[in-house]
Design a protein around this ligand. Structure first.
Ligand code: 56B
Length: 341
């Protein structure tokens, strides 16, 4: 088998060969038009990461960068078999689910004096301590808690050995290149190696490595060590929410066979042909939406304040999915249990 394709190359190859997932050109355009109305708003700017999300760090210091690293190291698989019966974390009077339950638990631990974002702590944290830190306020625990414990120990040890215990050192080694940082993370930390194969080619999605670069860019507000000259080379992050919203908005379509399978809540294994087609077509779909949006902005003569890239489109669509959960009830998301997204 020949060389490993980048996430963007993988997405293009998958979209060109997909048999159960299809990108809808008219849908792509209608999503681009939806986003055009937001082009100069706070949602499509790097600053939105802080101003729109109360649990994200407000600082841009080393502690904030290490907060992002722990959050994205554990940023996977929050879905529960029955959506009405899931892990919830209460923090400062508010209940959080899914990805935000992870962030709430991290902040709750820090408030309790537990240094959960320090590598010297989580390199040797015990399973019992991890179960306490990420405890749920319902009888449904956070999924894959043993895996989260194993990954914290593994990742903490490597961060101590290779990067002096701070992810900021890893960022600085990337010399302001998003691609260099993404590859340094994938080479150094095994749990980030989101790679598989499709029709005889080795492909990569690197969902957590790419969102880690994006969140590092965001927490540093695109300045200093976070001023990545190639930040626009990062693609959308292939998770289980974006495909759902892209189908809801008409930009992506599933074959009847696949739709029936998802409606029944059938599990798709990591690397299955249909799971790969969902993830790859989602990435390519957002690339096409971005291209279409940039054309519309050009035509409209609008000048958004910063460069619109796939990260900002992804963030917007992910938040949109969160805010339109009820409208999306009829659209199933694919159930894959893994540590990669
Ligand atoms: N594509 C994409 N996937 C994302 C995110 C985020 C969190 N980013 C936020 C933080 C700052 C930014 O402003 C974003 O608002 C989590 N996930 C993935 O979703 C899934 C969890 O979903 P649910 O069960 O509904 O919480 C899971 O696979 C998780 O890995 C994103 O942004 N894009």
């Amino acid at each position: 088998m020949d060389g490993l394709l980048t996430p963007r190359e993988s997405a293009k190859f998958i979209a060109e060969n997909s048999q159960d997932v299809f990108i809808d050109g008219a849908g792509v355009r209608s999503v681009a038009e939806l986003l055009l109305a937001k082009a100069s708003g706070p949602e499509l700017q790097v600053g939105g990461w802080k101003t729109l999300h109360e649990l994200n760090p407000k600082a841009s210091d080393e502690a904030a960068v290490n907060w992002v690293f722990v959050a994205d190291t554990l940023n996977f698989s929050f879905w529960s078999e029955h959506d009405e019966h899931k892990c919830l974390v209460g923090y400062k009077g508010k209940m959080y689910s899914g990805y935000w339950s992870l962030c709430a638990a991290i902040n709750r631990a820090l408030d309790e004096g537990i240094p959960v974002t320090s590598a010297s702590y989580y390199a040797t944290v015990t399973l019992e301590q991890v179960q306490h830190i990420f405890r749920s306020d319902t009888d449904v625990p956070m999924p894959l808690i043993e895996e989260r414990h194993r990954i914290l120990n593994e990742t903490g040890k490597i961060l101590l050995e290779k990067f002096g215990g701070s992810f900021l050192n890893c960022v600085q080694k990337s010399e302001n290149s998003a691609q260099k940082l993404m590859h340094l993370v994938v080479e150094s930390f095994p749990s980030y190696r989101d790679e598989t194969q499709f029709k005889g080619k080795r492909i990569s999605f690197y969902k957590r490595a790419q969102i880690l670069v994006a969140d590092t860019w965001s927490v540093l507000e695109g300045k200093g060590d976070g001023c990545f000259k190639d930040i626009s080379s990062i693609t959308m992050f292939a998770d289980y929410r974006l495909p759902q919203i892209l189908v809801h908005l008409g930009a992506l379509r599933y074959s009847n066979e696949l739709l029936q399978k998802l409606r029944k809540g059938e599990i798709l294994s990591y690397g299955d042909k249909q799971e790969v087609e969902i993830r790859g077509c989602s990435i390519w779909c957002v690339e096409l939406i971005r291209d279409c949006l940039l054309e519309l902005i050009e035509k409209n003569g609008e000048k958004p304040s910063g460069e619109i890239n796939s990260i900002l489109l992804d963030y917007y669509l992910w938040d949109y999915a969160r805010d339109h959960r009820a409208d999306m009830k009829g659209i199933p998301f694919h159930h894959t249990r893994c540590i990669y997204y």
